[in-house]
Design a protein around this ligand. Structure first.
Ligand code: MCN
Ligand code: MOS
Length: 796
C-alpha cells in the first residue's frame, strides 16, 4: 500500500502526462511540471511563499483583541435594537400592545406590522439573487414559525431595548401548525433538477444477488459560530454602511440594496473579521433588514444583535433530513443498482435545498442509478447552509450503506470501494481532473493500521470497552467564481494586497500574503492584506469552499503583473538606476530588483519608486476570461450567475478524502467516545499546510459533533427550539476531541484551479458521521441509522 502513496512517483507520472502534451495549461504557473521544479511546494527559505506553513496573519490581532468584529464598531449617536419573536408556530397576530414598552426608559421607537418598516423583498439565490430566504419581517400579521421576528424595539442602550422588548404583549389567533416532516399533512415536493437517473435501478435492485437497504435520518443542526449575528446600520445621506459579520460582502450588498430599494453603489458592507459562520453568514438575515430600515427612519446609526437563543430561529441551520437508500450488488461486490430517495424539511413558504443526491451518483460506478430528492415544507425558519450542505448528508447515507454492503458480502470496506471505483465522473461521463482517492485510502489505512483490524463486530475490546474501527470516503466539489485583486507597493516599502473577499478564520489573509510574497520575493509578514469591504476589489463568496482557489489566482495574476510592470519601468524610465538594462537579466530577490549576473544589491521597490518620483505603484488583475464585461464582473461579486460548475470544461473537479476512526463504546452505559481519527485528503495543491490541516481538522471535529451530539430538539407541541443555547445544544469540547492525524495526498491540479488547489474548507466534515457510525457498528454489532448516535439508541 505504501508505494501507492509516493509523491515523487506521482510527480513523475504527472511529468509524463505533461510531456505527452496533455490538455493542462502550464503557462505562467509557479509549479513547473516539465522540469519537476515545484518551487512553491518546497520551502525556499522562511521568507514564506505558497505551500509553506506560515502562521495566521490575523492571529495576533485576534488574541490581543485588536481584530474588530461587526458588533464592536462604535459610532457616535448609535441606538440599539432588540428583536421580539413570535411564541407560536402558525397563525395571525391579533393585537400587539406596545404601551408599556413605549413608556419604558430610553425607548425611542417600536416597529411592528402595524407601523411596519419599509423593506422590499430580496431575490433568493435559487431565483438568481443572493438572499437565503424569502421572508421580509414585519410586513404582515402572519406567523410562519415559532421564533419569527414580529417587532423591533429601539432604545438608547441595549439593556433598555431588552427590557422594553420583554414588555411587548402579543395576542395571536393560532392555526394548526405542521411541526414535523412526518406529519401526515406535510407534503413532499420533488425537486426534479436534483435527480440522477440511468439504467433501470428498481428492476436491477429487485434482481440483485445481494441487497442492503436502510432509512437514514438526521436532525436539525445549527451552525452556532462563536460570534453570534450582529450588525450596525449607518446612513450618511442616502449612502448606507453596514458593519455585518459576513462570508460575502458583495452578496450582502446586493441583498441589502434590494431590501432598501437602493443602487448597489449606495451600499457599503464591512466585514474584516468573522468569528465563524460555517454557512450561516453567506447572506444577511432578516434582522439586518430591520436594522437598516429603522436606522433610515430614525436618522441614527443602529446596532441590532441577536441573542444566542435568537440565532436558533432568526435563520436556518441544517434541516432535518431523511433518506431511503438501497444498494444492489453481485456476490463479488460489484454494484448493480443504487436507489436513493431523500428529503429535507424547508420553511412553510420558502425553499431550502439540502440535496441528498449530491454524492450518490458521483462516488461509484454502477450500471443503474435512481437518486431523487424532495423538500417538505413545515412551520420552521427557513433552514440554511451548514458545512457541506448536501454532500454531508448524502455521504452519511451512501457511506453507511457501503459499509452495510461490505458486511453482508464479508468484504473489507476499502476493497468494496476499490471494486466499484469510478474511473470517471459516472453522472457527467467526463474524466476527473484528479482523483487521488486510492492514495487517500492507502495512506489513511497505513497510518491508522487498518490491516490489524479484525472485521468481526464485537471482536476487539479492552476491559469494559468495545473497540470499533470504521472508515468512510468523502468528497467536495470544486466551484469557481472569478474575482479581482489589487496590489499596492508604497514608496516607504509597504506592500498591500486588497480584496473584498473575507476570512472566516480560514486563512484568507495569510494565503494571499503568501501568494504575493512568493511572486515578489519578499517575506510573507511584510505583505499587508486588507479584506472584507465592498470598497475593495470585487470578490466572490467564501462559501462552497472556493475562495482560496479563486483569490490566490487573482493575487497571483496581480503579483505577476506587478513584477513585469516594475521591471518594465525600471529598465525603460531614464530616472531609474536600472535604466537600459535587459529586462530578462533582472531578478527579484528579498524585496529588491537586481541584475542576475552582476554583483550588487540592486534596488528596493521603495527606492525605485523614489527614483521615479512616484508615491505608489498600483496594479490590479483578476481571473476573468478575456472579454468579460463589466456586467460579468459585477455579477460575479454580487450573485451566483458567474459561478462555474465542477464539470465546466469537460472535466469534473472534486476534492476527495478517506476517514478512519476508532471508537470506544462502554458496554454498560452505551457511551461512545472517538479515540482517534486519521484522514487523508486530496485537495490538490495545498497553499498552506498548517491552515489546511486546521481546516480539515475543524471539519472532522464538527463531524464528531454531528455524529455524537448535535441535535436541535423541536417541541412537537409548539415548534419551539427547546435547546436554543450553548449549554443545551451540545458541540464537541476539547475533552471530546481525540488525537487527529491528517495526511495530504494531493498534487497540484491545474485543471481545477489557477494555482492547482482544490476545495478544503468543507471537505473535512464529509464522511465523518458515516465513519463513526461504521466504527460503532464494528464495536457493537448494532447499526444506528439516525444521527446523532446517542446512548439511548445504542441501548434500545
Ligand atoms: N486552503 C489551502 N489550500 C487549498 C485550499 C484552501 O491551504 N488548496 C486553506 C486556506 O487556509 C484557506 C482555507 O483552506 O483559507 C479555506 O479555503 P477554501 O476551501 O477555499 O474555503 P473558503 O475560503 O471558501 O471558506 C469557506 C469554507 C466554508 S464554505 C465553510 S462552511 C467553512 C470553512 O470554510 N466555514 C468556516 N471553514 C471554516 N473555518 C472557520 N474557522 N470558520 C468557518 O466559519
Ligand atoms: Mo459553506 S456551508 O458553503 O458557507
Amino acid at each position: 500500500m505504501n508505494d501507492v502513496f509516493n509523491p515523487k512517483l506521482q510527480r513523475r507520472t504527472l511529468l509524463k502526462t505533461a510531456a505527452a502534451g496533455s490538455a493542462v495549461a502550464y503557462a505562467g504557473l509557479a509549479f513547473n511540471p516539465l522540469t519537476g521544479e515545484a518551487a512553491p511546494l518546497v520551502a525556499k527559505d522562511l521568507n514564506g511563499s505558497v505551500g509553506e506553513p506560515a502562521v495566521r496573519q490575523d492571529g495576533g490581532l485576534k488574541v490581543s483583541g485588536q481584530a474588530r468584529y461587526a458588533i464592536e464598531h462604535a459610532i457616535e449617536g448609535m441606538l440599539y435594537g432588540v428583536a421580539v419573536q413570535s411564541t407560536i408556530p402558525a397563525g395571525r397576530i391579533t393585537a400587539i400592545d406596545t404601551q408599556a414598552a413605549s413608556n419604558a426608559p430610553g425607548v425611542v421607537a417600536i416597529y411592528t406590522h402595524l407601523n411596519p418598516l419599509a423593506i422590499n423583498p430580496a431575490t433568493p439565490f435559487i431565483k438568481g439573487g443572493a438572499a437565503t430566504e424569502n421572508f421580509t419581517p414585519l410586513q404582515d400579521d402572519v406567523v410562519r414559525w415559532n421564533g419569527q421576528h414580529i417587532a423591533l424595539v429601539v432604545a438608547q442602550t441595549f439593556e433598555q431595548a431588552t427590557e422594553a422588548a420583554n414588555l411587548v404583549k402579543v395576542s395571536y389567533a393560532a392555526t394548526p401548525a405542521i411541526i414535523d416532516p412526518d406529519d401526515s399533512r406535510a407534503k413532499a415536493q420533488p425537486i426534479d433538477d436534483l435527480q440522477a437517473r440511468w439504467g433501470d435501478a428498481p428492476a436491477a435492485l429487485a434482481s440483485a444477488a445481494v441487497r442492503v437497504e436502510g432509512v437514514y435520518t438526521t436532525p436539525r443542526e445549527y451552525n452556532v459560530p462563536m460570534e453570534p449575528h450582529a450588525c450596525i446600520a449607518h446612513w450618511q445621506n442616502e449612502k448606507l454602511t453596514v458593519y455585518e459579520s459576513s462570508q460575502w460582502v458583495g452578496g450582502a450588498r446586493n441583498v441589502i440594496a434590494q431590501w432598501m430599494g437602493l443602487e448597489m453603489g449606495s451600499v457599503r458592507v464591512v466585514s474584516p473579521f468573522v468569528g465563524g459562520g460555517f454557512g450561516c453568514k453567506v447572506a444577511p438575515h432578516p434582522h439586518v433588514a430591520m436594522a437598516c430600515s429603522a436606522a433610515r427612519l430614525l436618522g441614527r446609526p443602529l446596532k441590532v444583535a441577536l441573542t444566542r437563543a435568537q440565532t436558533f430561529t432568526s435563520y436556518g441551520g441544517r434541516p432535518r433530513t431523511g433518506q431511503r437508500l438501497a444498494l444492489g450488488a453481485t456476490r463479488e461486490g460489484m454494484l448493480v443498482s443504487v436507489v436513493h430517495d431523500g428529503w429535507n424539511e424547508t420553511a412553510i413558504d420558502d425553499t431550502h435545498l439540502e440535496p441528498s443526491t449530491s454524492v450518490t451518483a458521483l462516488m461509484y460506478a454502477t450500471p443503474n442509478m435512481l437518486a431523487r430528492h424532495s423538500i417538505i415544507p413545515v412551520n420552521t425558519v427557513n433552514p440554511g447552509w451548514m458545512r457541506a450542505p448536501g454532500e454531508n448528508i448524502s455521504t452519511y447515507a451512501l457511506e453507511t450503506g457501503m459499509d452495510e454492503l461490505a458486511v453482508k458480502l464479508d468484504l473489507d470496506p476499502i476493497e468494496l470501494r476499490l471494486r466499484n471505483w469510478a474511473a470517471q465522473d459516472p453522472k457527467a461521463n467526463i474524466p476527473w481532473t484528479s482523483r487521488r482517492l486510492r492514495e487517500a485510502y492507502a495512506a489513511g489505512a497505513n497510518a491508522f493500521g487498518w490491516s490489524e483490524r479484525n472485521p468481526k463486530p464485537r471482536s476487539m475490546r479492552q476491559g469494559r470497552e468495545l473497540i470499533g474501527w470504521g472508515m468512510a470516503a468523502g468528497t467536495y466539489p470544486v466551484w469557481r467564481t472569478p474575482g479581482e485583486a489589487k496590489i499596492v507597493i508604497h514608496r516607504d516599502g509597504r506592500i498591500e494586497v486588497l480584496s473584498a473577499g473575507t476570512d472566516l478564520g480560514t486563512g484568507t489573509y495569510t494565503i494571499l500574503a503568501q501568494t504575493a510574497a512568493e511572486v515578489l520575493d519578499v517575506p510573507t509578514r511584510s505583505v499587508k492584506v486588507s479584506l472584507g469591504d465592498t470598497d475593495l476589489p470585487r470578490a466572490p463568496i467564501a462559501g462552497g469552499s472556493q475562495l482560496a482557489n479563486n483569490l490566490t489566482g487573482a493575487v497571483y495574476a496581480a503579483a505577476k503583473l506587478a513584477r513585469s510592470e516594475l521591471i518594465r519601468v525600471a529598465t525603460r524610465d531614464p530616472k531609474s538606476p536600472l535604466h537600459g538594462m535587459v529586462a530578462a537579466n533582472l531578478v527579484f530577490k528579498n524585496g529588491r530588483i537586481k541584475p542576475s549576473q552582476r554583483p550588487g544589491k540592486g534596488i528596493s521597490f521603495g527606492d525605485l519608486l523614489a527614483a521615479l518620483g512616484k508615491e505608489r505603484f498600483e496594479i490590479s488583475a483578476d481571473t476573468f476570461k478575456a472579454g468579460a464585461t463589466e456586467a460579468d464582473r459585477h455579477a460575479a461579486a454580487h450573485g451566483f450567475s458567474q459561478m462555474q460548475l465542477p464539470t465546466t470544461g469537460g472535466v469534473s473537479a472534486h476534492s476527495w478524502g478517506a476517514h478512519f476512526v476508532e471508537v470506544r463504546v462502554d458496554e454498560d452505559f452505551g457511551t461512545i467516545r472517538v479515540k482517534r481519527m486519521v484522514a487523508a485528503f486530496d485537495s490538490g495543491r495545498v497553499y498552506n499546510p498548517k491552515l489546511a490541516e486546521s481546516q480539515w481538522m475543524g471539519g472532522m471535529i464538527m463531524g464528531i459533533g454531528q455524529a455524537l451530539f448535535e441535535e436541535g430538539h423541536i417541541d412537537r407541541r409548539d415548534g419551539r427550539v427547546v435547546n436554543a443555547s450553548f449549554a443545551d445544544y451540545v458541540v464537541p469540547v476539547n475533552a471530546d476531541v481525540p488525537e487527529i492525524i491528517t495526511i495530504d495526498v494531493g498534487l497540484p491540479d491545474l485543471q481545477a484551479s489557477a494555482l492547482g488547489g482544490k476545495a478544503v474548507g468543507e471537505l473535512g466534515i464529509v464522511g465523518v458521521a458515516a465513519a463513526i457510525g461504521n466504527a460503532v457498528y464494528h464495536a457493537t454489532g448494532k447499526r444506528i441509522r439516525d444521527l446523532p448516535f446517542t446512548l439511548d439508541k445504542l441501548l434500545a
